[in-house]
Design a protein around this ligand. Structure first.
Ligand code: PAF
Length: 280
């Protein structure tokens, strides 16, 4: 595995491999790897010849009061985990390599960025689409792999790719969960022991919603109410949103129909956790 910090070096390296007929797979990350990231690397490995993992804590997707400064970082551990997983190249640029002085151009996927997480994080998806568009231009991958935990992010990136004609196939890999159901996230490390103990209520509530729909409940309001009630059984949970929306355009539904999923954001202390499940 090689570590590359400069865009030109990465481009030169990938040109050689592309000329040799190799298929390039990209896994964009912000590091601090867990099993979820490793599964994305596996997806890329199975579908491409050269696996590039980008590791960049992207300042443009953090709001002014968010956790950019304390976002967990451990490059040595990430390097070892990626190496063991068979990654070929880690692209690990400095901030100035990606955002030099006088950086003025952003990519915005208008309507989809304003709902769900976009309501409380107004610049977040602009930062995500901008860095992902830059990575697509830098790496020019055949495929790129994202996790379903960030369902809104994956839907927005697919839309950006379609709208801007990026020649890349987007693969969305399933959520990887802890044994008690909590969706894996680098931010889970912020939870104190009591918060960590209560956090699996999110998945339990989502599972209850799936069961309700399987039993024939199609009223989105009732399903949402049950999820809320369930999550509120633990004292430390503070719900930001519970939304039942269409996969296609994130618009809310009244009656649950095929292509509907429920997305939630819940605070435990200062830690904001997100999760989602497909309902139908
Ligand atoms: O999902 C993430 O880790 C980030 O949002 C991404 C896609 C790497 C962009 O910084």
């Amino acid at each position: 595995m090689i570590i590359i910090k400069k865009i030109n070096e990465l481009r030169n390296e990938l040109t050689i491999r592309r000329k040799a007929g190799k298929r390039i797979g990209l896994v964009p990350t912000m590091g601090y790897f867990h099993e979820g990231h490793l599964s994305l690397m596996d997806y890329a490995r199975e579908r491409s010849d050269v696996v590039v993992v980008s590791l960049f804590v992207n300042p443009a997707q953090f709001g002014p009061d968010e956790d950019l400064e304390c976002y967990p970082r451990d490059f040595r551990q990430d390097e070892q985990m990626a190496n063991e997983r068979g990654v070929d190249i880690i692209f690990y640029p400095d901030k100035d390599e990606i955002y030099p002085d006088s950086f003025f151009t952003y990519v915005i996927t208008e309507e989809l960025s304003k709902v769900l997480c976009g309501t409380s994080r107004p610049i977040h998806f602009r930062g995500v689409t901008t860095i992902v568009a830059k990575l697509f231009n830098i790496v020019q991958p055949d495929i790129a792999v994202f996790g379903r935990k960030d369902a809104q992010q994956a839907i927005i990136i697919k839309k950006m790719v379609a709208d801007l004609n990026f020649p890349v196939e987007i693969i969305v890999a399933p959520i990887i969960r802890e044994s008690d159901g909590l969706a894996m996230s680098s931010r889970n490390i912020y939870l104190n022991p009591e918060e960590r103990k209560q956090a699996p209520i999110i998945y339990q509530a989502l599972q209850k919603a799936v069961e309700m729909v399987q039993r024939g409940e199609l009223d989105a309001g009732s399903v949402e109410y049950t999820i809320r009630q369930q999550i509120e059984t633990v004292p430390l949970a503070r719900i930001e949103y519970i939304k039942i929306v269409r996969e296609r355009d994130l618009s809310p539904v009244k009656a649950i129909e095929p292509g509907t999923f429920v997305a939630v954001a819940v605070f435990f202390g200062k830690t904001r956790l997100i999760d989602n499940v497909v309902l139908k």
